[in-house]
Design a protein around this ligand. Structure first.
Ligand code: UT7
Length: 335
């Protein structure tokens, strides 16, 4: 049997309408546009501020757009995976809600948790599913409503994050396109430095947890920054080396969008110019699992069949990794 690869054949995204600018943030906490732009690189972020809507709303909007855009028969989808850190509920999964709302009748659905590496790790899992021959078409959605866990009184975290969702259709191909290689790691040392303390089984919600702000992101920024740079550099250089890629043959780098300085450090290590880097951090901030598919959505029209893309990410855990992906179609619609 010919070897199967898993290739992305369509991309869509969704971000909520509300734009939270640095100007507005500077009236909420003691900060300035200049500080945020120099230290983080975010100009504005989107916030889902309608009551009663959660991450599954963002995810299903992206999924519906993907179905419409690709024209794929919904009955042929085998599986839907939503990767998120801000699920609607402890259970059932966001994926189960998405599948119901999108009317996908022949698929099963589940949630995938790897923080900001969710999309990268899940893409590798989907590739294994497709390469096994058991799955032909899988929808992978990265979605996060980070505003639901951000403390808008904490100036060190509130400028960073935003809400959004991106969805990709992944299909089997016998051609040499798709996910070629991944180098993924989780070292488990990250818990004290980046976590959401309450609401899980160790520390369920109580008056105490609410009174002490334990339902918000806790991040020790400098430590996370240091590990992010060193691990993203390590993983992406490893993937570049073992696939004989070079700054000449890499068409695009798609980094996690946490901090512009982290991105610049990683990209300069790879020796790739910034005009080959997919970026949406300025407009959306860190949308966690949604960063990568939202970038693909933004840059799709510029992508060409055969483009070599290096993905790299870092997140809570500490999860980290990189992947080499050969893009499978001309994003401008030409053959
Ligand atoms: O996606 C998951 C992974 N997450 C990341 O990759 C995030 C990694 N970390 C970072 O991106 C950066 O560490 C931050 C953006 C979170 C912080 O930037 P930093 O350059 O590391 O700043 P810092 O925490 O060392 O703080 C420097 C100063 C402090 O003041 P003092 O103590 O020097 O007087 C902070 O209080 O900047 C102050 N500060 C601010 N000032 C104005 C912190 N936040 C702000 C702010 N506006 N928003």
């Amino acid at each position: 049997m010919e070897k199967l690869h898993a290739v992305i054949t369509g991309v869509a995204g969704f971000v909520p309408d509300y734009v939270l600018t640095n100007e507005e943030l500077s009236h909420m906490v003691d900060t300035t546009d200049e500080w945020i732009m120099t230290r983080i690189g975010v100009k504005e972020r989107r916030i889902l501020n309608e009551e009663g809507l959660g991450t599954s709303y963002l995810a299903r909007k992206a999924c519906k757009r993907l179905l419409e855009k690709t024209g794929v028969d919904p009955d042929t989808i085998d599986c839907v995976i939503v990767t998120t850190s801000t699920a609607d509920y402890q259970f059932p999964s966001c994926a189960s809600i998405v599948i119901g709302k999108c009317g996908l009748k022949n698929a099963h659905a589940f949630e995938f948790s790897a923080a900001c590496c969710g999309f990268l790790f899940a893409m590798d899992t989907v590739a294994c599913m497709i390469e096994s021959g058991r799955y032909k078409r899988v929808i992978l959605i990265g979605a996060d409503k980070m505003s639901s866990v951000v403390n808008y009184k904490d100036r060190a975290t509130c400028p960073i994050f935003g809400d959004g969702a991106g969805a990709v259709l992944m299909e089997a191909t016998t051609e040499e396109y798709g996910l070629m290689d991944s180098y993924l790691r989780t070292d488990g040392i990250g818990l004290p430095f980046l976590h959401l303390a309450a609401g899980g089984s160790v520390c369920p919600a109580s008056h105490f947890t609410v009174d002490n702000g334990m339902h918000y992101i806790h991040q020790e920024g400098r430590t996370v920054y240091k590990y992010a740079v060193s691990n993203m550099c390590k993983c992406s250089t490893e993937v570049v080396k073992r696939n004989n890629l070079s700054n000449e043959t890499i068409n695009w780098v798609l980094p996690h969008q946490a901090n512009m300085r982290i991105i610049e450090a990683v990209v300069s290590r790879l020796g790739v110019p910034m005009d080959k880097v997919m970026l949406n951090i300025q407009r959306y901030g860190n949308t966690s699992a949604a960063c990568m598919p939202l970038c693909l959505w933004d840059y799709e029209s510029q992508l060409k069949k055969g483009d070599n893309i290096v993905f790299t990410a870092f997140g809570a855990g500490f999860t980290h990794g990189a992947a080499y992906f050969k893009w499978g179609y001309n994003g401008d619609g030409t053959k």
